[in-house]
Write a protein that binds this ligand. Structure first.
Ligand SMILES: Nc1ncnc2c1ncn2[C@@H]1O[C@H](COP(=O)(O)OP(=O)(O)O)[C@@H](O)[C@H]1O
Ligand SMILES: [Mg+2]
Length: 262
């Protein structure tokens, strides 16, 4: 089953700049997909569409389907329960005085009984290795700890799709390694926008390359990453990890700019 279906999605910001142009792809349940591309490519804009965080534009409704449901205003509450989004900056996500309150916020919005909320919060803090952090102030934690609090908050909602915007950009090597193992252990569908191409190589079976609001390639992650000319053309580089990987085998679907997406 395709849990995410995007069909001919276009998006302009109110100032008129076209951020997404004719985006189409599907993601089957359980897949871990990287969204790569240079700054300004439209990665964050695309991720925000997955849980309806952008102002409506004329074709959003028909263009975005999550778990089979079109992203209409009426469906957004249930879509937001299913899609957990981690913002690029944890400080945009954490706003409560304590870790406990922050992680409880999502399950409280779901209207669960207090005992269930307590159980979910404990379980998700355990899962991210932050048991005992309940009374700490999120804004006093390290970058890696903040990331994990955000993830705990999303896990406590028990959605089936995890959307991450540059989750390792501010982490040190150990923080990155730990976060990667954590993501690897989560049996949900994941879509990860990132410049961390080693993370992509290690975690994602598939990559979608976005540039200037258009999908320019979509295929097996290792094929895209090892395609040096493609990487360089779009402001990226072949990761060191793959320096000895045989050149790209041609399986990825490079798309000409005029691709209709149909
Ligand atoms: N709030 C906004 N208002 C107007 N333009 C925006 C806004 N956010 C992003 N953009 C523009 O949309 C394009 C895509 O941005 P973004 O989705 O942030 O790309 P990425 O995440 O790949 O760096 C860029 O040209 C950016 O300048
Ligand atoms: Mg971004």
């Amino acid at each position: 089953m395709n849990v995410i279906e995007i069909t001919n999605l276009h998006f302009h910001y109110p100032d008129g700049s076209a951020a997404l142009r004719d985006i189409s792809f599907t993601i089957p349940e359980g897949e871990c997909v990287a969204l790569i591309g240079p700054n300004g490519a439209g990665k964050s804009t695309l991720l925000l569409h997955l849980n309806g965080l952008l102002p409506e534009s004329p074709n959003n409704h028909s263009a975005v389907r999550i778990l089979g449901q079109p992203a209409t205003a009426a469906n957004l509450p249930s879509i937001r329960c299913q899609v957990g989004l981690l913002f690029q900056d944890p400080d945009d996500q954490l706003f409560c005085p304590t870790v406990l309150e922050d992680v409880s916020f999502g399950p409280e919005q779901l209207g669960l009984p207090p005992a269930d909320i307590t159980a979910r919060v404990r379980e998700s803090l355990d899962r991210v290795g932050l048991a005992g952090f309940e009374s700490r102030a999120p804004h006093h934690l390290s970058g890696g700890e903040k990331r994990r609090v955000c993830l705990a908050g999303v896990l406590a909602c028990q959605g089936s799709i995890l959307v991450l915007d540059e989750p390792t950009s501010d982490l040190d090597p150990r923080g990155r390694r730990e976060f990667k193992h954590l993501l690897q252990s989560l049996p949900v569908t994941k879509i990860i926008a990132t410049h961390d191409l080693e993370l992509v190589a290690q975690l994602c079976s598939r990559a979608i390359l976005l540039d200037n609001g258009v999908i320019v390639a979509d295929g097996p992650a290792l094929d895209l990453l090892s395609n040096e000319p493609l990487m360089l053309e779009h402001g990226l580089e072949k990761p060191h990890l793959l320096q000895h990987h045989p050149p790209h085998t041609g399986h990825s679907h490079s798309r000409p700019p005029e691709h209709s997406g149909a």
